[in-house]
Design a binder for this molecule. Structure first.
Ligand SMILES: [Zn+2]
Length: 548
């Protein structure tokens, strides 16, 4: 156990040096990697690690950095960077992102967006933003008017830059034209079978339906009939011809066009909404070709699209872009489904798409998670097919690394308890904004009346503690000042001459006391409340909590 404790100390120090605070999970994973046999007594080991992490996290920043230096040389050799792998590229590559504009982006979308953006930037290529809005039928996937602009805003905030934007629903004529060519070339046909019967016959029994044998003129006539509104939903679909021997039945004679009887589409409001709509696979296949896309980086769940589109590309004599696949990010804690979130907002369970309990980019932004932290987190996952559970602690660690050197420290007491000092050693104190020697300082007016955290009061009552940057006291309602020198005793935060501020946690709102200087914090500034955590100023004296 002694060896394990030593290793835990080392990893906790390094982790804290890098991220501001050591995280039990991170330390544990390294300890278990070094001592696999320790898993047998995991519970005891975790307990040891927990104590080590706690004691490391109570150290001053300077102390941590000093200790980290001791371990750094051996650590450097071991450390592997999870940078993204190189892609095969010749010339100027073209990437694309194709969000469905039915709501804001969430952390799961960030993987698709950031991987494409990162690679486009790395190879000096182009990134195309393509709104994939060709489903006017399914209420859960249907595009929403505001979502186009919301997504543009989310992308800009993430630092994504695109050179061209296209909106699929505004390109129907282009898709119609290409499908007509497919009909003329015999690559596609109009199928008038009942969908159920067709599936049973063609996909299960692998027998062709009569429609497959229709001649060119008949196909074109039926296509015109579809476009002119003389056929109803379910009476005909446009199919791309494949081999009936395709391994995956879902690929066989896939649907490229369908009729929607009562289409609802926000970009056709007040106009007649078209009734013949391409499927995602057809529209995006055509757009990728027309936009000169060379590399597709997309979710593993779209593997079927690749199979379908490759058949179309080869029939048209086109070269399919290079494809790279990533696994999705999932979560048991956060709701990702846009339609589900919308439903909860309508019921009043969430305050909006930026409710702090959500993992939408706007919710994370509201709480003070920086776009760079999200980018670093996504890059750290790499480019691979592994599905990843969204681990906010890793995201927070990235955020802490960015904010710790720049977020000004202030005092904030969530649940204030009043104590009276028996003496006031000085009128004001200069406290550093940052835990470094050359830090800028803020001046805090002092008084004998001091407010401290209820939790600290209960924990340390009767004991000597240090009011951080101020003095040492024997803690009680009437507190005795013992000295002013910095000693190795528990440090607590405190407030004199308080002003009221609200600190909003995902599940709770604190109306607490902040030091006077907090009134100078401006909207959108992210600060660090000593011993509480990072928070973003949403409006004057209103803060959203990010993390510790
Ligand atoms: Zn048929």
């Amino acid at each position: 156990m002694e060896e394990i404790k030593k290793a835990a100390e080392k990893y906790a120090i390094l982790n804290a040096a890098e991220y501001g605070k050591a995280c039990i999970k991170a330390v544990a994973s390294r300890v278990f990697a070094e001592f696999p046999e320790a898993r047998k007594s995991a519970r005891d080991v975790i307990e040891v690690i927990r104590k080590v992490v706690e004691s490391v996290n109570s150290l001053e920043r300077e102390e941590i950095l000093k200790l980290a230096k001791k371990y750094a040389p051996e650590e450097k050799k071991e450390k592997k960077k999870h940078a993204l792998p190189e892609l095969p590229v010749s010339g100027k590559p073209v990437f694309r992102i194709a969000p469905n504009p039915n709501g804001p982006l969430h952390i799961g979308h960030a993987r698709m967006v950031i991987l494409n953006d990162e690679y486009a930037k790395r190879y000096n290529g182009e990134l195309i933003l393509r709104f994939d809005d060709t489903d006017p039928k399914n209420p859960a996937k249907r595009p929403v008017k505001e979502a186009y602009e919301i997504i543009r805003e989310d992308l800009k905030w993430l630092g994504v830059t695109w050179s061209k934007e296209i909106i699929a629903s505004q390109r129907l004529e282009i898709y119609y034209e290409h499908f007509k060519t497919c009909l003329e070339n015999g690559i596609a046909y109009i199928c008038t079978c009942d969908a159920e019967e067709w599936r049973e016959r063609v996909r299960k029994r692998r027998e062709a339906c009569e429609c497959r044998e229709r001649d060119r003129e008949e196909n074109l006539r039926l296509w015109e009939k579809m476009l002119s509104g003389n056929l109803r939903e379910g009476e005909a679909v446009g199919r791309i011809k494949t081999s009936l021997e395709e391994k995956d039945p879902a690929v066989i004679d896939w649907v490229a066009f369908r009729i929607v009887d009562n289409p609802v589409h926000p970009l056709f409001e007040g106009k007649e909404t078209p009734k013949v709509w391409p499927t995602l696979d057809f529209a995006s296949a055509i757009d990728d070709k027309l936009c000169g896309v060379t590399h597709i980086i997309r979710g593993k769940d779209l593997a079927i699209s690749e199979k379908r589109q490759k058949i179309l590309y080869s029939a048209l004599g086109w070269e399919y872009p290079k494809v790279f696949v990533f696994g999705k990010i999932f979560s048991e804690k956060y709701v990702f489904s846009t339609s589900k979130i919308r439903e909860c907002i309508e019921k009043g369970e969430y305050s909006g798409f930026d409710d702090p309990r959500l993992a939408t980019l706007r919710a994370l932004r509201k709480r003070g998670i920086t776009p760079q932290a999200i980018r670093n987190y996504i890059i750290s996952l790499g480019l691979n097919e592994n599905e990843t559970k969204f681990d906010e602690e890793i995201l927070y660690a990235e955020n802490r690394k960015i904010l710790d050197p720049v977020a000004k420290r202030y005092f904030f007491v969530k649940e204030p308890i009043k104590i009276e000092l028996d003496d006031l050693p000085f009128e004001k104190v200069e406290a550093p904004f940052f835990p470094r020697k050359d830090s800028e300082k803020r001046s805090i007016r002092l008084s004998k009346t001091v407010f401290i955290e209820k939790e600290d009061f209960e924990r340390f009552k009767g004991k000597e503690v240090r009011l951080m940057h101020f003095c040492n006291v024997i803690l009680d309602e009437k507190a005795k000042v013992t000295s002013v020198e910095n000693k190795d005793i528990p440090k607590i935060h405190w407030v004199c001459n308080p002003i009221e501020a609200r600190l909003i946690f995902p599940d709770k709102v604190y109306k607490g006391y902040a030091e006077e200087n907090v009134k100078n914090v401006k909207k959108n500034e992210i600060v660090q409340f000593e011993r509480v955590g990072f928070a973003r100023c949403d409006e004057k004296l209103v803060f959203y909590f990010a993390h510790r």
